[in-house]
Design a protein around this ligand. Structure first.
Ligand code: MN
Length: 237
């Protein structure tokens, strides 16, 4: 039986939307992807969290800064309050249940905020001398490097201290959540990966491996490890 992996998506009043590459990556990595959206009752979230072996928080628009006790700055982008509420609740439930959590781009930021951290609302205006983090190159093309801590889940997966990545973000982690640690940065200091402080599987990456996994083994291996952890921890539980 494949582990069942929930994938969150963009949503508004009328529709839900997810890039197909998230589904392809999880299925090719051995998981059974399930779309997670909209749910409004605590009972639904609780039942869903029992059904799923792990959750992937996907990319999307900005997180409302009220969730980290800030007022909106002029360069804050679009926000989706319903999605924020759903994902923050789910992240905390999966944390409590010690089930694997993987976050991509907005998803990495979401994990950090849900567990008590903060974000830069706009790195270009809040930090000086930042790299180009919103690339105009094709989505699969790496445009900057990330520098990875050796003592990390991330290093154990990609087995390199310097990894070329793509980049499509204008926000980033500012203060890391107490239960997380920083395990990769770009050369300008921008945080590019966070993960669990303890033996939970929680990994957030600021780049988009789902757009790179067809081209580069290291980025496919992120999905493979996540799915393996979903399977392994299901058996143990
Ligand atoms: Mn970047």
């Amino acid at each position: 039986m494949r582990p069942i992996v929930g994938i969150t998506c963009s949503m508004d009043e009328e529709s839900i939307r997810l890039n197909t590459s998230y589904f392809r990556a999880i299925e090719e990595a051995g998981g059974l992807p399930i779309l997670v959206a909209i749910l409004q009752t605590p009972e639904s979230l609780s039942q869903l969290s029992e059904l799923l072996d792990g959750i992937l928080f996907s990319g999307g628009v900005d997180i409302d800064p009220k969730h980290y006790n800030e007022e909106p700055l002029p360069n804050l982008g679009q926000i989706t309050p319903d999605r924020d509420e759903l994902e923050i609740s789910l992240c905390r439930i999966f944390y409590e249940k010690n089930k694997p959590i993987f976050g991509i781009c907005r998803g990495a930021q979401l994990i950090n905020v849900a567990l008590g951290g903060t974000l830069y609302q706009d790195i270009k205006t809040q930090l000086s001398n930042v790299l180009k983090h919103q690339q105009d190159a094709p989505a699969h093309a790496p445009t900057h490097k990330v520098f990875i801590e050796k003592d990390s889940i991330l290093f154990s997966i990609v087995r390199t201290e310097i990894l070329p990545v793509n980049s499509f973000h204008h926000q980033a982690v500012k203060d890391v959540a107490p239960v997380l640690k920083i395990t990769a940065r770009a050369s300008d200091g921008v945080i590019e990966a966070v993960e669990s402080n303890d033996d939970r599987f929680i990994l957030g990456v600021q780049w988009h491996p789902e757009r790179m996994f067809n081209h580069y083994r290291e980025h496919f291996d992120l999905f493979r490890r996540f799915v393996e952890e979903c399977a392994r921890r299901r058996k143990r539980g």
